[in-house]
Write a protein that binds this ligand. Structure first.
Ligand SMILES: NC(=O)c1ccc[n+]([C@@H]2O[C@H](COP(=O)([O-])OP(=O)(O)OC[C@H]3O[C@@H](n4cnc5c(N)ncnc54)[C@H](OP(=O)(O)O)[C@@H]3O)[C@@H](O)[C@H]2O)c1
Length: 255
C-alpha cells in the first residue's frame, strides 16, 4: 500500500528548492510540494530528466541544470533564484547517490565522486543558500538509514550520510538563533532509479528482495511516502522540530 495524500495548502506561498529533483525521491518531493501550494526549483545534471520532471509536475516548477558538486553551478543557481523569487523558505539538499563495492575495490574516483556530491555538494548547497534563507526557513538534508546501519559494500556511501547527519548537528547550533531549522530526512530502501541502479542489469528484483528482508514492514518505500515526511519537515507544523534524523524506513534502522 502506498500512502499518497491528497494535495492541500500547507506549503502555500513557500519558495522551495529541491536539489536532485529530476528523478526518484527528489522528484516525488517536488511534485508533492507543488501539490501543497509551493513554488519549486528543481536541479539535476541531466537536462532531459530535468525537462521531463518539469513537464510532469506541470506548474509552479522550474528546472535549473546544476551539479551540486560544482561551486560555480551553485552560484548560478542561487543567482537565478534571487532574481526570480528573492528568497528561499524551504531547501531540500537531496542530490546524492553512491555505488556499492567492498573496501578492497574502492577507488579514489568513487571516493571523490561520492563525497563530492553527498558531502561537499550538501555543504555548499546550504552555505551558498544562507543569504537567501527566510527567517523561519526549513532546511532538509536527505540522509539514509546507512548513516546508522551501513550495509555491506556501502562503506563510502554510508560514511557520506553519517557526515550529513553530523553537519546537521553542527548547523543547528550555528543557525538556531536565526530561526532557521535543519533536519535530516533518512529514507529506508525506496524504489527509485538510484536504488535500482545499484543492482547489476537484470538483478533489480533480487536486490529489492534482499532489502525487503531487513525491513520490518516487509516492503520498500514508494518515493511518495518519503515526500509525505518532507512536507511535514518543510511546513510550519514542524516549527519546533530541529536537528532530528527523521527515519522513514519501515523500521529498518530501528531494530
Ligand atoms: N532510494 C533509496 O533507497 C534511498 C535510501 C536512502 C537515501 N537515499 C538518498 O535519497 C537521495 C535521492 O536518491 P534517489 O534514490 O531518489 O536517487 P535517484 O533516483 O538517482 O535521484 C538522484 C537525483 O539527484 C540528482 N543528482 C545526482 N547527483 C547530482 C549532482 N552531483 N548534482 C545535482 N544533482 C545530482 C539526479 O539527477 P542527475 O543524475 O541528472 O544529476 C537525480 O535527480 C540521495 O541523497 C540518496 O542518497 C535514497
Amino acid at each position: 500500500m502506498t500512502t499518497v495524500l491528497p494535495g492541500g495548502t500547507i506549503l502555500a506561498g513557500k519558495i522551495t528548492v529541491v536539489t536532485g529533483g529530476s528523478t526518484g525521491i527528489g522528484r516525488a518531493i517536488a511534485q508533492r510540494f507543488v501539490a501543497e501550494g509551493a513554488y519549486v526549483f528543481i536541479t539535476g545534471r541531466r537536462q532531459p530528466e530535468l525537462d521531463a520532471a518539469v513537464d510532469e509536475i506541470g506548474s509552479n516548477v522550474e528546472g535549473i541544470r546544476t551539479d551540486s558538486a560544482d561551486l560555480g553551478d551553485l552560484d548560478a543557481l542561487y543567482r537565478t533564484i534571487r532574481q526570480r523569487k528573492g528568497r528561499i523558505d524551504v531547501l531540500v539538499a537531496n542530490a546524492g547517490g553512491g555505488v556499492a563495492g567492498p573496501l578492497a575495490e574502492v577507488t579514489e574516483e568513487v571516493f571523490d565522486k561520492t563525497f563530492g556530491t553527498n558531502v561537499k555538494g550538501v555543504l555548499f548547497t546550504v552555505q551558498k543558500a544562507l543569504p537567501l534563507l527566510a527567517e523561519d526557513a526549513s532546511v532538509i538534508l536527505t540522509g539514509s538509514t546507512n548513516s546508522l546501519r551501513p550495509g555491506p559494500d556501502l562503506g563510502v556511501y554510508a560514511a557520506t550520510k553519517a557526515a550529513v547527519r553530523n553537519l546537521a548537528r553542527s548547523w543547528i547550533i550555528e543557525l538556531g538563533a536565526s530561526g532557521v531549522r535543519v533536519n535530516v530526512l533518512s529514507p529506508g530502501p525506496t524504489k527509485t532509479p538510484g536504488l535500482l541502479g545499484l543492482a547489476p542489469a537484470g538483478q533489480e528484483q533480487t536486490l529489492l528482495d534482499g532489502l525487503v528482508a531487513g525491513v520490518p514492514l516487509g516492503r520498500v518505500a514508494d518515493p511518495a511516502e518519503i515526500a509525505n515526511a518532507a512536507v511535514f519537515l518543510a511546513s510550519d507544523q514542524s516549527s519546533f522540530v530541529n536537528g532530528i534524523e527523521f527515519f522513514v524506513d519501515g523500521g529498518q534502522a530501528q531494530i
